[in-house]
Ligand binder design. Sequence first.
Ligand SMILES: *Cc1c(COP(=O)(O)O)cnc(C)c1O
Length: 397
Amino acid sequence: MERFVYADNAATTKISKPVLDAMLPYLTEEYGNPSSLYRFGNQAKRAIEKARKEVADVLNADPFEIIFTAGGTEADNWVKEIMRSLKNKGKNHFITSAVEHHALIHSAQRLEKEGFEVTYIPVDREGQINPEDIKKAIRPETGLVSIMFANNEIGTIHPIKEIGAICREAGVLFHTDAVQAAGHIKIDVKEMNIDMLSLSAHKFHGPKGTGAFYCRRGIALNSLIDGGAQERGKRAGTENVAGIVGLGTAIRIANEEMEETTKRVSAMRDRLIDGILEKIPQCRLNGPRENRLPGNCNISFLGIEGESLLLRLDLAGIAASSGSACASSSLDPSHVLLAIGLPHEVAHGSVRLSLSDFNTEEDVDYILEKLPEIVSTLRSMSPLWEAMQKGEVSYDL
Ligand SMILES: *Cc1c(COP(=O)(O)O)cnc(C)c1O
């Protein structure tokens, strides 16, 4: 059989067997409405509250502070809602970073259109944020700071605890998009001074379309969706019971297995990175070696187009991506790669290979076998590569 290697786990992951098993009853026999008064609906209600506790426990939060959403994007959109509610308190300044997911970048742009002022904190060559920059950017009218926990494209893990402490001291709310971090990195909302956080089940072997928004007790929260009294009236609509049960189970398992998974996956990631840099000349690792998501490998291959590389990888049975799934249908280079200072042509030649605990050493071997020959074929057809060989064009790696 032809080999298939799934190396796009930052885009989404495969649902695990125990998660599916936990969900199935709620898609079949346990179909009661959690808001109903009879016992049949009550079982669904209890399943939701069990999942809420599972999510809260992993974050060191209180179940009351967890609101279920339809994924990471929806949770991120709450940030916009909170900024809007702060406006009549004279807070019209929002701080975020230049490397956020589009769920936040586009929310920030919407706020700008509505008259808010937004500061986009820059990052260094490795995608790292300097907390001092945030300290300097905070002004009396700043209402909220939102900085992602870890970057979905280049894997950089940000100093969340420090940033949280700066915000806490300045009396400014702090949100983090932890969609790439939850289930992969230890998160303690109390110790890390996090006021609000977004996470999504399908990034850690849970179902798509289910996420959670953590909001610290005491923070005034407007409702995101009006309707019934579900989710404390903040997010109306009959609950996605099976999805919520899947989220709870997935985050509990991810947390239980985290230490072992991190060790195994980051070892595979390092072997993949080292192998690529060793076998293929003229390429650059994007993102840091340390403080990097366990499964993330993002490489720029000079002289070629990332899109053609992805197509050839696909033909060889390897699923990878050019960075963010949401941006891949557009031809603009990734805003993250531009933010770390890559020239357009180099950003265009970048590919993200993201591993999970479902990958094997054989997967890494297979990528390391196929990738060098594909890159070399593409380079042999590339006018840019030819110009580079003649010394007419050069890039700083
Ligand atoms: C995937 C992702 C999102 C979006 O989550 P969905 O559940 O797919 O809506 C948001 N932020 C980051 C960092 C992500 O990786």
